[in-house]
Design a protein around this ligand. Structure first.
Ligand code: GBH
Length: 466
């Protein structure tokens, strides 16, 4: 196999999320979510709720093997619990049939941040009951779709939902309490365990979850991963790794919180919310781990630094900017970190299958009458695929790669200005147009790999000249 080609059966596809594309927020009995309440933007998004046949056709034309979508909890349970809404279930029924009819394998994510507002009003994720309502929702959805959906993901990026939603408050529901953030994280872990158990006992074939795992490095390590660290920097790197990554990986995959995290949790939230038996529930065997990778976390020791509210317990940690190329959102582009991450996960969890469930970038696209020329996005994906391929050559168990994302969409607090799609959407008309990256990705899928010769990454001068 050449270094540009991928293993046979490697799964190519895209990911989306319900709130970011569906729109139709009051159609057919859907109950509002915390993002309807929180978002400043009209949530019509891509009107995918009505236009899904067109969107599925686009995926078919591009040759996608898999489509990862998320289900809006509030369409299925407008109150988050109680009686399911038949019309909401029917939408996902139609969607799944459409996806299967196009020869595409559906992957369902149960929670991509859109908690029903009714459950937030009862206490949200800091309340333990939410985890039990989530398991009931998972079971109801499996009952409807389990005959056709084989692959289930419980949560998308619980770190973001807990620590940006309840810690820094920059995401919905906008609460700012370290205690609530740690309790939310624990209850999301519990929700994952309870839902996994419910899905399995209902006969689900594959159950996994999706974590945003960021390699944690010092600035000097970004250019040289083998760089030795001072004791102070090593401690800071380990602490942020525990907060961002191992807080979720280890309970799920090893049945215990990282030892150095417990005193940090205890200081903010006590440990009363961690009940006896919870960790056994959380550590259900998993068939696969979805990994979302965008950018590393770059930190160094700085004793005077106060804690970042998104990382309670991060006193003395400086979050650094580094002189690398960045996306339009300013996220550093470090493809080798994807290799680093996959090698690490495969070393620490040798039996676990991995799937890249999200990777992609926002750029300012050049929109013209004869095409949408998103060279930067092509380079971004290509470089990450080379990094992924290198990790696979070293034995990393990566089953596939899903681009974030199919459509330009509602990018959470950034609204419609941020463009992550390989398909352009004109939000005035809802017209879809393939970007160059979509056509390029179609070719990658066709040849199950990259062309032998590497594209030239645009230099600063060529970018400025456009
Ligand atoms: C994904 O999250 C989401 O799953 C998806 O819905 C979203 O559209 C996509 O990203 C693009 O934003 O936050 O300052 O610590 C990615 C979330 C982004 C969280 C990078 C960590 C690091 C910078 N991650 N972020 S910061």
């Amino acid at each position: 196999m050449s270094t540009a080609s991928f293993p046979e059966g490697f799964v190519w596809g895209v990911s989306t999320s319900a709130f970011q594309i569906e729109g139709a927020t009051s159609a057919d009995g859907r109950g509002p979510s915390i993002w309807d309440t929180f978002s400043a933007d009209r949530a019509e998004a891509c009107d995918h709720y009505h236009r899904y046949p067109e969107d599925v056709r686009l995926m078919k034309d591009l040759g996608m093997a898999a489509y990862r979508f998320s289900v809006s909890w509030g369409r299925v349970f407008p109150e988050g619990r109680g009686k399911p809404n038949q019309a909401g279930l029917d939408f996902y029924d139609r969607l799944v049939d459409e996806v299967l009819g196009a020869g595409i394998t559906p992957y369902a994510t149960l929670y991509h941040w859109d908690l029903p507002q009714a459950l937030e009003d009862l206490g949200g994720w800091p309340s333990r009951d939410t985890a039990y309502h989530f398991a009931d929702y998972a079971a109801a959805l499996h009952e409807k779709l389990g005959d056709r959906v084989d692959t289930w993901f419980t949560l998308n990026e619980p770190w973001v939902a807990a620590f940006l939603g309840y810690g820094s408050g920059i995401h919905a529901p906008g609460r700012t309490s370290a205690s609530d953030a740690f309790k939310s994280a624990h209850h999301m872990l519990l929700a994952h365990g309870l839902a996994t158990r419910a899905l399995r006992s209902a006969g689900a074939r594959q159950v996994g979850t999706v974590l945003n795992i960021s390699p944690v490095l010092t600035p000097a390590q970004v250019s040289d991963f083998t760089r030795e660290l001072s004791d102070e920097d090593a401690e800071v790197v380990a602490r942020i790794d525990a907060l961002a990554n191992r807080q979720f990986l280890e309970p799920m995959l090893r049945g215990a919180y990282p030892a150095e995290l417990l005193p940090i949790i205890e200081r903010s939230a006590g440990l009363g919310h961690v009940h006896d038996g919870d960790l056994e529930i959380i550590a259900q065997p998993l068939d696969l781990l979805g990994v979302n990778y965008y950018t590393p976390l770059v930190v160094q020791a700085q004793p005077s630094e106060p804690a970042d509210p998104a990382f309670p317990g991060s006193e003395g940690v400086l979050f650094c900017t580094i002189p690398t190329a960045v996306t339009a959102m300013g996220w550093p582009i470090v493809p080798d970190c994807l290799s680093l991450l996959l090698r690490r996960l495969s070393r620490e969890y040798p039996d676990l299958d991995l799937l890249i469930t999200e990777n992609g970038a926002d750029f300012v696209d050049v929109v013209t009458g004869n095409g949408i020329h998103d060279t930067d996005r092509i380079s971004f994906i290509e470089e990450h695929l080379r990094a992924l391929r290198a990790a696979v050559a070293d034995g990393a168990r990566v089953r596939g790669y899903l681009v974030w994302t199919l459509l330009d969409n509602l990018e959470w607090t950034d609204g419609y200005q941020r463009k992550f799609g390989i398909v352009h959407v004109d939000f005035a008309t809802q017209r879809r147009r393939l970007k160059d990256s979509a056509l390029w990705y179609r070719d990658v899928i066709r040849r199950n790999g990259l062309a032998e010769t590497r594209r030239k990454r645009p230099t600063l001068e060529t970018v400025a000249a456009r």
